[in-house]
Design a protein around this ligand. Structure first.
Ligand code: 7RM
Length: 653
């Protein structure tokens, strides 16, 4: 990328910046020179039961890394998120909820939240949930998600939120891996005018799950759903009978707070484990700084509750700061394409945080739907989930932000728990497409493929040299995989799986994944996971999945599929494969393109050469690099021939 335009910090942001350039520079220096001193100060943002004495015990040893923060302190997350705001805010709004249909809305005060959380925490206890037990939450974006998460952490139970767009099978795998005791779901959800059959999926998922003793069902639509006596309970009936006070449990800073599954380079999703003290310190303070939040602001993050973005910066971040936020159950294009803009106008949203894929799809609708609404309340815009392309950046900035709002492009991961790179809005001028500069305490490093650290302007693997408090501590039941995946490749560093470049001013730009993970609309999908779903079709001999450039989604799913010798290629089979992926993983994983491949390009050891397939999928037919290892070059010619042919007419699935 040649020198991008630089957008100076707008005056209205500079004037009341929580962090300005001078304080960014001073605090960043301090956070690197004296991380213990820096984070000790930041930890004052949390109410501790037993204050910690030890701040940081960390090292990135490649075989035995240690990540412990504030380890001898104790605290309770729900007290920090809820109780301490009650004196000042019991009757003030914590949440403005809007349902899928515009006429459905609720305002929930801090006092009401607290009441529900305490009651539900007692319900969980009565159902036998104890400290350290896992509770799986499979819910649409409704206030009860927050009630359920906070009720868990009040008693020291570990929540595992599963995206409500995942299929019954994907839910079952996550329940099973975690050994969850309780499942919390709803009768149905609503999205874009359609019903999401949550209870039906939940029933199918728990059928063969011996660890689930009870299912709590929230009445969202009031539909009549099958009920298993003894196992299933209505949420509203349980909480009206429950005691309205639950003594918060005393939790160690290094006790787990939640697990969250994400896809990796193998077929099995990873349950990343986050712990309590460090996560809350880094989340609460960084949320306030990233969004330059001030008392009275209305914040809206559009992420679904099943992703880490929602955990950290839609739920925990605002709650820790006593901030009012919007929760929206629906989609940006229903009932019409100005839905988001009408919500911003209605609630006078000041800070808006979304993903590039959504911006691109709304950009396609033109400026008129935005112009119909008064968005003058907006002050700060945020972006997350994937690299934002300059066209989308400029549109977001000019049309949505009216040219006056900085865009905080936040780079982080499920594994990192909270932000690593970000242009803090009062301190760092924007360059479109750049996640810019390290957050406090973060030490970015670029390495080449040999592991050599690159200095100055460079392009390489995005690594980090020291720990930060919100970092995941392990993968549930698979610490060895945790160590191998993140610490072994570049000894002494945490490796993110992303590629990045650094410019002459030290600004970072993330280019995307360099491993077998693709990023579809900001959702991480493992290619191996997709391949095993496709290969489970009886007609399929073998499949290779790669990402390819997709106008709206960022990356689309491209599947090269080899059928069994006895099977004829046919259209019906394409649809069967798509449906199979939808039912095994979920609609977000649906292949965008399927190309039949009589054979897949492999090296002599039989390893599929994805590098070549990635180029073919992107319609790049030259420069396959070194093809000397290819066992049978004719295989590539045939794949290229078919790709050229199919690119002439789009294969609609
Ligand atoms: C927060 C989140 C993580 C992956 C990560 C990157 C990509 C996320 C940005 C980004 C460029 C960004 N967690 N990614 N944010 N790429 N710029 N600002 O998305 O675990 O679901 O995904 O997403 O590839 O490794 S995640």
């Amino acid at each position: 990328m040649s020198n991008p335009e630089v957008f100076p910090i707008p005056e209205h942001v500079a004037d009341n910046a929580n962090i300005d350039l001078a304080s960014y520079e001073a605090l960043y220096r301090l956070s690197i020179d004296d991380p213990e001193g820096f984070w000790k100060e930041e930890a004052k943002s949390i109410d501790w039961i037993q204050p910690f004495k030890i701040v940081k015990e960390t090292n990135f040893n490649p075989v035995n890394p240690t990540i412990r923060w504030f380890a001898d302190g104790t605290l309770n997350a729900s007290v920090n998120c809820i109780d301490r705001h009650l004196t000042a805010k019991a009757n003030k709004p914590a949440i403005y909820w809007q349902g899928d249909a515009p006429q459905e809305s609720r305002t929930v005060t801090w006092g009401e939240l607290a009441d529900q959380i305490n009651r539900f925490a007692n319900v969980l206890k009565d159902l036998g949930v104890q400290k350290g037990d896992v509770v799986t939450i499979y819910l649409p974006v409704i206030p009860e998600v927050i009630v359920a998460m906070m009720a868990c952490v009040r008693i020291g139970a570990i929540h595992s939120v599963v995206f409500s767009g995942f299929s019954a099978e994907a839910l079952a795998n996550r329940i099973n891996d975690a050994g969850a005791k309780i499942l919390i779901t709803a009768d149905e959800g609503r999205r874009g005018g359609r019903v999401v059959p949550l209870k039906r999926n939940a029933d199918a998922a728990v059928e063969h799950q011996p660890t689930i003793t009870d299912v709590v069902v929230i009445r969202r639509t009031g539909a009549s759903v099958p009920f298993t006596m003894g196992r299933d309970h209505w949420f509203d009936e349980l909480i009206t009978q429950a005691n309205p006070w639950c003594e918060p449990a005393v939790i160690g800073a290094e006790d787990p707070l939640f697990i969250l599954y994400t896809s990796g380079s193998t077929g099995k999703p990873k349950g990343l484990v986050h712990t309590t003290g460090g996560y809350l310190v880094h989340t609460g303070t960084s949320w306030r700084n990233i969004f330059n939040w001030h008392e009275g602001d209305v914040f809206w993050c559009t992420a679904d509750v099943g992703w880490v973005t929602a955990h950290t910066y839609k739920i925990y971040g605002p709650l820790l700061n006593g901030a009012t936020s919007v929760l929206f159950e629906g989609i940006p294009t229903w009932p019409d394409t100005s839905r988001w803009w009408s919500i911003i106008e209605q609630y006078k949203v000041n800070i808006f945080y979304t993903a590039p894929t959504a911006i691109r799809s709304l950009m396609r609708e033109g400026e008129a739907p935005v112009r119909q609404h008064d968005l003058s309340s907006l002050r700060i815009l945020g972006s997350v989930g994937e690299p934002i392309n300059p066209e989308a950046w400029h549109w977001y900035h000019r049309v949505v932000g009216g040219g006056r709002c900085p865009i905080v492009d936040t780079y982080w991961q499920t594994e990192t728990g909270a932000v690593l790179l970000v242009p803090l809005p009062g301190a760092i001028p924007n360059k479109p497409g750049y996640a810019a500069k390290p957050y406090f305490g973060i030490r970015p490093v670029l390495t080449n493929s040999q592991g050599t650290v690159l200095e100055g302007q460079a392009e390489g693997n995005m690594c980090f040299a020291d720990s930060w408090p919100a970092q995941a501590r392990t993968i549930l039941h698979d610490h060895e995989r945790f160590v191998r995946t993140y610490f072994s490749q570049f000894p002494g560093y945490f490796f993110t799986g992303d590629g990045a470049s650094r410019d002459h001013e030290g600004y970072y730009r993330i280019s995307g994944r360099v491993d077998d993970v693709i990023n579809v609309s900001g959702h991480r999908l493992g290619t191996v996971e997709l391949e095993s779903a496709i290969s489970s079709h009886p007609a399929v001999a073998e499949a290779a999945v790669v990402g390819y450039p997709h106008e709206i989604k960022g990356q689309g799913v491209f599947a090269f599929v080899t059928l069994k010798a006895t099977v004829e290629e046919n259209e019906a089979l394409r649809h069967e494969i798509v449906n199979l992926v939808r039912s095994r993983i979920g609609p977000i994983a649906s292949p965008d393109q399927i190309q039949w491949a009589p054979a897949l390009p492999k090296n002599r050891a039989g390893k599929i050469l994805r590098r070549i397939l990635t180029r073919v999928a992107a319609n790049e037919f030259e420069n396959f690099g070194d093809t000397s290892t290819v066992a049978d070059p004719a295989v590539i010619d045939e794949i290229v021939r078919r790709r050229r042919q199919s690119s002439h007419h789009t294969v609609a699935l």
